[in-house]
Design a protein around this ligand. Structure first.
Ligand code: TRH
Length: 455
């Protein structure tokens, strides 16, 4: 493996010297060698992927990508698509158009977004209000790569125009994240259109090298380390969101969960404990439990201390600040998909509140993740199962929040170490944007003829 690393390193140096063309050849050869793991990643980070796409598409102008996002619920759908759009634009210089049906939700995570305009530019990304399924499109309107998020139906007129393109665009359905094993078998599977000469490919994010990996910007880790090694910057950030100097030495917890989480039970435990805890709750989260604790309205800046617990309501912050919040806290409660992934890049212990699904399907997903993440950390597993109301054999244990918290708290340093190992493990799979562009380049290079691809 050491020899392979040296080889990669040498290749990487030569590639940056000769740039583009040479790298395309090396990329093809090495890709066939299979998983070279972490040592290969630094080379990928500097890969001129956009150049590769252009080669395969036979284009000289900038590659273009259209992302279609329907907001099903809350902020995760647009949160993920916006993150993806920015990374594609900023790191790969790709011309990105983000079609989104709900600008109001978008504005919550990106306050610069205007809610009553059809087209706007935001940090280099073209944002278009996707109002309905109507609209007449021609081949020249179609992007080189078309991504539909979570199987949202893109307008029939746009699909018709895709079929008229020569070459055809690469069409991907970016799916939801799950740690279940079946994903490996479905990742990159083709789905031919029943009438038109078009093939859509499933692209699954995931936790193994047989999936598309996870979204992570190339400079994120460096930014996080810089922030966490600068105590003054962290204190200034926390003060900016409202924390007082008296609250700073306490255990800082960020709380983002769905309304059915057992927040009141946990507050009771923290309140009667002997460790000072400040729980930072963004506006609109766990409103009922927070209201009871505060004994008053839940507005940003509202705060109350009872026993060892202070609960403070924060404003809902812009997406980059949410990362800083996760980095600055000692423990993060996260939910859905996007905050869940961001917590994995924070280097801190976290508890996941999974998005509920019919027939408790989400419990299967939760267990699949815990199996991968913390099979040997009992305190984290039982706490997580209890938080998500996933039945364990010992029901009495599950309801005893004081015992669950005590055990979890003792293990927090161990869990933080696991977090660092996990991040290394995940990054060895390559990040989602690089994996997605490599896959798109292969499809485009193949003229969409291959039936089963591996990303
Ligand atoms: O908001 P979520 O529950 O979103 C989703 C969607 O509901 C979606 O339909 C479902 O499929 C998915 O969950 C599983 O949780 P999520 O995914 O964590 O998204 C929250 C986004 O909000 C994330 O991008 C971070 C951002 N955010 C801010 O920008 N500022 C904040 O203050 C907070 C608390 C979050």
């Amino acid at each position: 493996m050491r020899g392979v690393c040296l080889f990669c390193d040498t290749v990487s140096r030569i590639a940056s010297a000769l740039h583009g063309l040479f790298f395309v050849l090396v990329f093809r050869i090495v890709d066939n060698l299979g998983d070279l793991g972490a040592c290969w990643r630094p080379a990928f980070v500097s890969l001129p992927l956009e150049f590769i796409i252009k080669m395969f598409l036979g284009k000289h102008q900038s590659t273009s990508i259209a992302i279609f996002c329907k907001v099903v619920d809350n902020f995760g759908d647009i949160g993920i698509c916006w993150r993806l759009a920015r990374q594609l634009q900023q790191e790969q210089a790709i011309a990105v158009t983000l079609w989104v049906d709900d600008l109001r939700s978008f504005q919550r995570i990106c306050p610069d977004v205007e809610i009553d305009v059809e087209v706007q530019q935001r940090v280099g990304v073209t944002v278009r209000h996707w109002r309905n399924q109507e609209g007449v499109f021609s081949a020249s309107d179609v992007a080189d790569i078309v991504i539909e998020f979570f199987g949202c139906d893109i307008p029939p007129g746009y699909i018709g125009a895709m079929a008229e393109c020569d070459p055809r665009p690469v069409w991907l359905n970016l799916e939801g994240l799950t740690a279940e094993e079946w994903v490996e078998g479905c990742h990159t599977l083709p789905s031919p259109h029943p009438r038109l000469k078009l093939t859509k490919y499933f692209f699954f994010p995931g936790f193994t090298n047989k999936t598309g990996g996870l979204l992570q910007e190339s400079s994120l880790e460096e930014q996080r380390q810089q922030f966490q090694s600068d105590q003054a910057a962290m204190t200034a950030f926390l003060a900016r969101v409202g924390m007082t100097s008296a609250e700073m030495p306490s255990i800082k917890v960020s709380l983002f969960c769905y309304r059915h989480a057992p927040v009141s039970a946990l507050f009771d435990t923290w309140q009667s404990g002997d460790t000072a805890i400040t729980c930072l709750v963004p506006e609109g989260v766990a409103v009922e439990a927070v209201k009871v604790f505060l004994g008053g309205e839940v507005t940003p800046g509202a705060v109350r201390t009872r026993g060892a617990l202070t609960v403070r309501v924060l404003p809902f912050v812009a997406q980059p600040d949410y990362d800083k919040l996760l980095w600055a806290c000692d423990l993060n409660f996260v939910r859905g998909e996007d905050s869940f992934v961001r917590a994995q890049w924070a280097g801190k212990p976290f508890i996941w509140h999974i998005y509920p699904q019919d027939k408790s399907l989400h419990h299967v997903k939760l267990r699949a993740f815990l199996e991968r993440y913390s099979a040997d950390i009992e305190s984290l597993n039982t706490f997580s199962l209890g938080w998500n109301d996933a039945r364990t054999e010992d029901l009495a244990e599950q309801a005893d929040w004081s015992a669950l918290w005590q055990r979890f708290q003792v293990d927090m340093p161990k869990i933080a170490c696991r977090s660092a190992d996990w991040e290394r493990q995940m990054l060895a799979n390559g990040d989602l944007v690089s994996n997605l562009l490599r896959f798109a380049a292969r499809i485009a290079g193949d003229g969409g003829k291959q039936s089963i691809m591996r990303g």
